[in-house]
Design a protein. Sequence first.
Length: 65
Amino acid sequence: MKYGMRKPSLKKSLSARTTGRAKRSLKKALIPGYGKKGMGILHPKKSLYNKVYNKTTFSIFDLFK
């Protein structure tokens, strides 16, 4: 598990803002419950990992907020 600052990636950031946005909007239209709160029940191991990861790491952009 990672602790501290995440290494910024321009490629991944750009992908998340373009391709990722299109995929998410398509999935939201097709799959009921996609992106809704509480869906971590379906994947408890991944949900727990993501929760800990998001609490223990931060982005360089968080320093400027």
